[in-house]
Write a protein that binds this ligand. Structure first.
Ligand code: HMG
Ligand code: MG
Length: 305
C-alpha cells in the first residue's frame, strides 16, 4: 500500500478567507485571527496579499498587518505577490515567503490579474529571481486547474504545463487549485496521474474550494492514492475569489483535518483552537461560519463529540 505521509497544511484563511468578505474587517480583528491561527500547530499562515488595493480592497492593509504582526517562531507568514510592485511592498515589511499566482485557463487569468498565462509567467520571472536573491521561498499557484468559471473544464495537460513552467522559473512548491470547487475525485486522479509523472510529490499542495462539498473527498483521494501531503485550507471554510463567480469557501481547516485524523492521518493541528479562531471572527463577518465542526454540537470540544 502507498505510504500516506504526515500532512502539511497551509492556513489560507486570512488571505483567501478574508479577500472575498463583503464587510471591511478591522485590522485588529485580522491580527487576532492570524495570531490565533499561528497557535493551532500549523506551519504556515498566508496572512495577506500585496495586490492592487483597487482590485481587492480587503487586502489593502496587508503592510500594516505584517508590520504589526507578532511572529511566532516556527511559523512562516506568507503573502500573495502578483508583480514586482507587490514584491517591493512584501520585502519592505519583511514577509518570509511569497506566492505568485497564475492559472490554467486564459479567461480566468485575464480577469484575475489582467494578463495572459504567458505574460504572467514573464511577469513572475524577475519576481522569483529577486525573491530568491533575498532568501525567500516562492510558491506558485495554478488556479482553475480543473474547471474555469468562464472557459469550462480544463484538460490536465494544460494545468500540468503551467505547473512545469512555474517550476522552471524556480518556484519551490506548487499549489494546484480547484478555484470554483467543481472537481470530483476522478478529476483529481486524472490530474495527479499526469502531474506526478514529472513533478515530485513533495512539491505539490492542493487547494480545494468546497462549493459542492467535494473538498474532503478530493483531498483524501490525493493523499491515500497518490501520497500528496500538502493541502491549503481555511479556518471556518471562509474564502472565495472575487474573480471566480460562484466559488464557495475553501476546504475548512478543521473539517479537512478531522477527516484526515479519522483516516489515521497526522496533521499536528489542534482542532479546537482552529474552531475558536474562526468563531472569534464570526461577529465581524455578518454571516455564520459554515464549517461542519463549527456547527455540530457547539460548545463541545472535538474530543467530546
Ligand atoms: P493592472 O491594472 O493590469 O496593473 O493590474 P498595472 O500594472 O497596469 O497597474 C495599474 C495600477 O495598479 C497602477 O496604479 C499600479 O501602481 C497599481 P495607478 O498608477 O493607476 O495609481 N498596482 C499595484 N498597486 C499595489 N500593489 C501592486 C500593484 N500592481 C499594480 N502589486 C494586478 C494587475 C495583478 C496588479 C491586478 O489585477 C491585481 O492586483 N489583481 C489581484 C487579483 C487578486 O488578488 N485575486 C485574488 C487572489 S487569487 C485567488 O484567490 C486564487 C487562489 O486562492 C488559488 C485558487 O483558489 O485557485 C490563489
Ligand atoms: Mg483560493
Amino acid at each position: 500500500m502507498l505510504k500516506r505521509p504526515r500532512l502539511r497544511f497551509v492556513e489560507v484563511g486570512p488571505r483567501d478567507g478574508l479577500q472575498n468578505e463583503a464587510l471591511a474587517i478591522p485590522l485588529e480583528d485580522k491580527l487576532a485571527f492570524v495570531q490565533a491561527l499561528a497557535e493551532t500547530g500549523v506551519g504556515e499562515v498566508e496572512a495577506g496579499a500585496f495586490v492592487s488595493p483597487a482590485a481587492v480592497p480587503q487586502m489593502a492593509d496587508s503592510e500594516m498587518l505584517f508590520r504589526r504582526l507578532w511572529r511566532k517562531t516556527g511559523v512562516v507568514y506568507s503573502a500573495l505577490v502578483p508583480n514586482e510592485k507587490g514584491l517591493d511592498r512584501a520585502l519592505e515589511c519583511k514577509v518570509q515567503k511569497i506566492a505568485v499566482f497564475t492559472a490554467a485557463s486564459e479567461t480566468f487569468n485575464r480577469r484575475n490579474i489582467n494578463a495572459s498565462i504567458a505574460e504572467s509567467l514573464e511577469r513572475f520571472r524577475p519576481v522569483a529571481a529577486r525573491a530568491k536573491a533575498a532568501g525567500l521561498p516562492v510558491r506558485g499557484y495554478v488556479s482553475t486547474a480543473f474547471h474555469c468559471p468562464y472557459d469550462g473544464p480544463v484538460a490536465p495537460a494544460a494545468a500540468v504545463g503551467v505547473c512545469r513552467d512555474l517550476l522552471a522559473l524556480g518556484v519551490d512548491e506548487l499549489s494546484v487549485g480547484d478555484t470554483i470547487g467543481r472537481a470530483a475525485p476522478r478529476e483529481v486522479r486524472a490530474l495527479l496521474a499526469e502531474l506526478l509523472k514529472t513533478v515530485p510529490v513533495d512539491k505539490v499542495f492542493l487547494h480545494f474550494h468546497d462549493t459542492y462539498g467535494m473538498a474532503v473527498a478530493n483531498a483524501l483521494t490525493a493523499w491515500s492514492e497518490f501520497g500528496v501531503s500538502g493541502f491549503d485550507a481555511s479556518a471556518g471554510g471562509l474564502g472565495g475569489c472575487p474573480y471566480a463567480p460562484g466559488a464557495g469557501g475553501n476546504a475548512a481547516t478543521e473539517d479537512l483535518a478531522f477527516a484526515f485524523a479519522a483516516e489515521g492521518g497526522e496533521t499536528g493541528l489542534d482542532l479546537d483552537k482552529v474552531r475558536a479562531a474562526a468563531l472569534a471572527l464570526e461577529p465581524r463577518l455578518g454571516h455564520p461560519i459554515g464549517s461542519k465542526l463549527c456547527r455540530v454540537r457547539p460548545g463541545r470540544t472535538v474530543a467530546e463529540r
